[in-house]
Design a protein around this ligand. Structure first.
Ligand code: ADQ
Length: 494
């Protein structure tokens, strides 16, 4: 955090992402401020508070336009502004084509290999290009110097790095891709693969969560572009410029906000039991996700069903609380996924539910956004946390659960297909497609001796404490700083 404060305060730092970190919504006479359920926002918000600067994002709230100045800017956080948001306005057609269409029906399933066929429409692509251009204009308008540091976030803005480089050749563009990068064969089905790759290669530094994703990206470039790939230094030269491809595993704020840990764990457990009508001694596992088909929520429910089949002693004594934030609900695939999730919860609850007795249901499904305070209360109260993603760049829920457990208790069950699994081997690592293995992991978690819980949790907490989100941003920015220094020396002949 000190690095960000010291080195970057006053420097020209611009973050660009689709999603804004604060959304202003009108509720009758009042304007409410919401924070979205997004891993990207969770990770970058504390960074921006530490280094100030500007965050450029799509203005999406009903009162977003009411609170901005004539440059479309507003200071945030509202209670104590530390940086500003500059909002980019999109029409309904642009949002449908660029965001719901190309980004979320095309690139999202393409990169997650989630057995959902990507949809590529040329009309969506046209909006995607146009909106990237709109963001580029906003970056140029915002820059106070000819060589700002621009942090481009995620798959919505793959074309932006090249566009910025064209307008501001001296800018340092750091692009971070928050989702996986698939192998070259999988990526090749995208009709605009070359345009996407060329766009991303406008970056000075291109970051992914894991080395595996870096390798896949470099292999993809090697296969489809006229570029020089240096596998020793992991750099790609394309169009006379070079891009360093690096692994920067993202993480969470550390130490966590004290307000999130203020309520004692026993109190959290008592409150959550009361809220959910669980009797004393009832055990529960927590799942926290956007309601997205890549998160493996159906697989998680099937694991609970199998647990109750194999170990009937848990019937009426164990529940999974699934907190699922609605997301991208206007996309067909998301609507049908939500319907499947609801139907499966009902079926399992009918099968193992009350049966005339007043027992808690095995699956408690809450399809709603919760604030960070409530999410942390669940983390602190739960016996275990189950992350069953079918494919996930990192997965911050796993790290948040670890950060929440200052009592060194609780068990993390973690899919092997998350970036987090590479850093947290002390979790119970599972294949979410293997229902029996997941059921066995749930049983193991619920019967794990306290000492073993503590030993595992301690190691995981050590890792998250050291490799926290400031380390993630700090390493990227330090790499950018030394790159800037080198090019300055070359220019001045030093
Ligand atoms: P996401 O796919 O959004 O992130 P994740 O990393 O798990 O996934 O972050 C989700 C965030 O939203 C967490 O902070 C979580 O607490 C919050 N959240 C989820 N459900 C919620 C709910 N019901 N109510 C309130 N808050 C909720 C993308 C990539 C990930 C990568 C991140 C960061 O898909 O792989 O880890 O970006 O790079």
């Amino acid at each position: 955090r000190a690095i960000l404060h010291g080195e970057l305060r006053g420097d020209d730092v611009i973050v660009v992402s689709n999603r804004e970190p604060y959304i202003h919504q009108r509720r009758g006479e009042r304007i409410e401020v919401q924070q979205p359920a997004s891993g990207l926002v969770t990770a970058l918000e504390p960074i921006m508070r530490a280094c100030s600067g500007t965050w450029i994002a799509h203005g999406s709230g009903s009162a977003d336009r009411e609170v901005v100045d004539r440059h479309d800017c507003v200071g945030v956080p509202p209670e104590n502004p530390a940086y500003k948001i500059r909002r980019v306005w999109l029409s309904a057609e642009e949002e449908a084509g660029y965001y719901y269409g190309f980004a979320n029906e095309g690139l999202w399933p393409l990169c997650h290999i989630a057995h959902v066929r990507p949809i590529f429409r040329s009309s969506d692509w046209a909006h995607y290009v146009a909106v990237n251009r709109k963001f580029a204009r906003s970056v140029v308008a915002e820059a106070r110097t000819k060589n700002p540091i621009v942090l481009v976030q995620d798959y919505h803005l793959a074309l932006l790095p090249r566009m910025i480089r064209k307008e501001m050749p001296e800018a340092t563009v750091i692009t971070f891709w928050h989702i996986p990068w698939p192998n070259p064969e999988s990526f090749a089905i995208c009709p605009w693969r070359q345009e996407i790759l060329a766009g991303m290669l406008g970056s000075s530094i291109l970051g992914f969560h894991t080395q595996f994703h870096c390798n896949n990206f470099v292999d993809t470039v090697d296969r489809f572009m006229e570029a020089r790939v240096d596998r020793e230094n992991f750099t790609v030269s394309f169009g006379g410029k070079s891009t360093a491809v690096r692994r920067y595993p993202i993480s969470v704020d550390w130490p966590p906000d004290p307000a999130l840990l203020a309520k004692p764990v026993e109190q959290c457990a008592a409150d959550m039991r009361a809220l959910n009508n669980f009797p004393a001694g009832h055990r529960f596992c927590i799942g926290v996700d956007r309601l997205d088909y890549t998160k493996g929520i159906l697989e998680r429910f099937r694991a609970v069903e199998r647990l109750l089949e194999l170990n009937p002693e848990w019937i009426g004594k164990f529940s999974l609380i699934q907190v699922a934030a609605p997301t991208r609900s206007s996309i067909d695939e998301y609507q049908s996924h939500e319907a499947q999730v609801r139907a499966l919860a009902i079926r399992i609850n009918e099968r193992f539910g009350r049966g005339g007795r007043d027992l808690p249901l095995p699956i408690v499904l809450k399809v709603e956004h919760h604030d960070a305070g409530q999410v942390y209360e669940y983390y602190r109260a739960a016996d275990c946390c189950f992350v069953s993603s079918l494919h996930d760049g990192m997965n911050l829920v796993a790290k948040e659960f670890v950060a929440a457990r200052d009592d060194e208790r609780g068990v993390l069950i973690l899919s092997q297909f998350t970036g987090a699994a590479r850093e947290l081997p002390e979790a119970l690592i599972v294949n979410p497609y293997d229902t029996d293995q997941c059921a066995a992991a749930l049983h193991l978690a619920l019967t794990m001796p306290v000492d073993e819980q503590r030993n595992r949790m301690r190691l995981m907490r050590g890792l998250v404490a050291e490799f926290n989100v400031y380390r993630w941003a700090g390493r990227m920015l330090l790499d950018a700083a030394s790159m800037r220094q080198r090019s300055h020396l070359v220019e001045t002949g030093g």
